[in-house]
Design a protein around this ligand. Sequence first.
Ligand code: NAD
Length: 458
Amino acid sequence: MEIQEIVSRQKDFFKTQQTKNSKFRKMYLEKLKDLIVKNENLLYEAIYKDFGKSKFDTFTTEISFILNDIDFYLKNLKSLSKPKKVRTNLVNQIGKSRIYSEPLGNILVIGAWNYLYQLSLSPIIAALAAGNCCILKPSEIAENTMKTMAKIINENFPPEYLYAYEGGIDETTELLKLKFDKIFFTGSTKVGKIIYKAAAENLTPVTLELGGKSPAIITKEANLEVAAKRIVWGKFLNAGQTCVAPDYLLVEESVQEQFLEILRKYLKEFNYQPDSEHYTKIINQKNFERLIQLIDKNKIYFGGNFNKEKLYIEPTILTNITWNDEVMQEEIFGPILPVISFSNFNLILNEILEQEKPLAAYLFTNNPEEKDFFKQKLSFGGGCINDVIMHLGNENLPFGGVGNSGIGNYRGKFGFETFSHQKSILEKATWGEPNIKFPPYSEKKLSWIKRLLNFNLK
Ligand code: NAD
């Protein structure tokens, strides 16, 4: 069946109203959960083939994430779907006001490759929970992972409800010519702009989950041991191919030497060797070549080795970095960590403000004033104080970017809202309405209205 035909069938299926039934939504969410559990090993094998990602990492960063999202919606579907009563103001008496969450219709989800299961299925789960029909276009870059997931979906879901469409740029370009009620895209800022333009042709709303350069600031008031351990884990997880990984470090000069030594200690302890179970490869030759160009040999503090056959790049720390270095111009998206030192906390915040708004930002300190400045002054998608990445592990927090790092957000109740329209309905009684708003108008009526609205006008 052609993709145009499937999209058209999804539109027809949505009109049957079946997806609005909460039992229907729950049945398919449970089915998806069963499929993931039953096919757990297949999912691990596919991703391992693509870039050597371990079972441990795949479970903790993808499978458990998805299962948690399904459980969240199974548990909260009733309260999320319930009409919300709101206060009815004086001019609308006698009446009742309610907000109804209704599904948008047919959704297109376009995913990135770096956490392919999570980034494809987490938005799909939210969209299905909200009562939509979906086309999923996973990333073609992690090919085995894409094929395995698409097969599981297409063999078990009716295509008029959920369909996984395999393909790359050409297929996505074709899809973008069709009309959807929402496009949810995860990927680079560059491609995000292409998606936004195509969506505008049909006035289609978008959520864009993009990237950027996310800073981690370490001040002299930080617990340096904790900071180093958490940063090494978060940066080199998935070999740095994580959208919210700390892209670069800003370290207060007076503790820089001590901090770098602790970083080195953890890098040795975690032992990121080629083929080690807890370290992944670079996804492909193209990204490998791009990344090794960013390693300035004169600035290596740790690492710098690589192996082309194995697509391995050793965790690499670069020091004496300035904002003008090549490594500071674009999102790194790999295991290279540049370090810029600073001596004035306030000034360094100003320098971050000069950059595009990042997807994440992190601060390591125990100083309450520094925490306040960080929260109030900087704009970023989301982040942590005294940790990295883990804000994503809480489904009660919305996940999304701001400015160049994205538009909109999802997870938990925010995901449900992202794929819903909030329909307002005012229901009026057919009695008890004073005559003052109807013609013929008079000065007396106007003065009554002014008094009622209480604007203190004469
Ligand atoms: P990408 O933008 O290259 O690709 C994303 C999707 O867009 C893929 O499905 C791909 O097939 C499609 N695509 C690529 N080029 C296209 C084109 N010209 N026209 C239409 N569609 C096209 O991104 P990627 O390499 O898969 O992922 C890396 C980027 O994604 C990084 O910038 C990273 O920060 C970002 N990212 C963001 C998040 C987030 O949640 N905000 C999560 C993961 C990755």
